[in-house]
Write a protein that binds this ligand. Structure first.
Ligand SMILES: [Zn+2]
Length: 79
């Protein structure tokens, strides 16, 4: 149950906030983050697109379709 690397927590938290903000700018409404060892993934409640952040100290990164596409792009398919 031990969690090494507490020093990166603040940076990781900041990265997640930036990613969530970027997704929100595109209209996404993210569900809670699902956290792994070195990454966290969130899914949009509206369209199902995802985004992920990676908490590497050397090269923190974020990626995902929710950072590239606007929310609602998937919805038009079902209409
Ligand atoms: Zn969305």
């Amino acid at each position: 149950m031990s969690t090494p690397g507490f020093t990166r927590t603040t940076q990781f938290e900041a990265l997640r906030r930036i990613a969530a903000f970027s997704a929100a700018l595109r209209g996404h409404e993210l569900a809670a983050w699902r956290e792994g060892a070195d990454s966290a993934v969130a899914i949009c409640l509206s369209c199902g697109l995802t985004l992920a952040v990676y908490g590497s100290l050397i090269e923190p990164a974020m990626e995902g379709s929710a950072l590239e596409a606007h929310c609602g792009a998937e919805r038009s398919k079902a209409a």
